[in-house]
Write a new protein. Structure first.
Length: 118
């Protein structure tokens, strides 16, 4: 059974930083694109950042220059470093992994709350 365990959420003041981490219990981690999504109250879930096993990255426009996604293929982990946080970044953040060959193999973490407030 695939498990994604997230950590690192919390409350931070505007302009502050947080680092989210996600550990995956799965074989062939390199066959998966790793993603971070977020969902704010009353809004649709949106893709924040993604990274391939080769290290290619993509970001939501509103987080470019502030967030950095990284992965460690040897440890089956993915992280999201979030700097210069804004109140509009407040959301539940979800770790997601999608198989590059079989897209139906798509797994989600339980979510971690990030709140940016003074």
């Amino acid at each position: 059974q695939v498990q994604l365990e997230e950590s690192g959420g919390g409350l931070v003041q505007p302009g502050g930083s947080l680092r989210l981490s996600c550990a995956a219990s799965i074989m062939f981690f390199g066959n998966y694109v790793m993603n971070w999504y977020r969902q704010a109250p009353g809004k649709q879930r949106e893709l924040v950042a993604s990274i391939t096993s080769g290290g290619s990255k993509n970001y939501l426009d509103s987080v470019k220059g502030r967030f950095t996604i990284s992965r460690d293929n040897a440890r089956n982990t993915v992280s999201l470093q979030m700097n210069s946080l804004k109140p509009e970044d407040t959301a539940v953040y979800y770790c997601n992994m999608q198989n590059i060959v079989e897209p139906n193999l798509n797994y989600w973490g339980q979510g971690t709350q990030v709140t940016v407030s003074s």
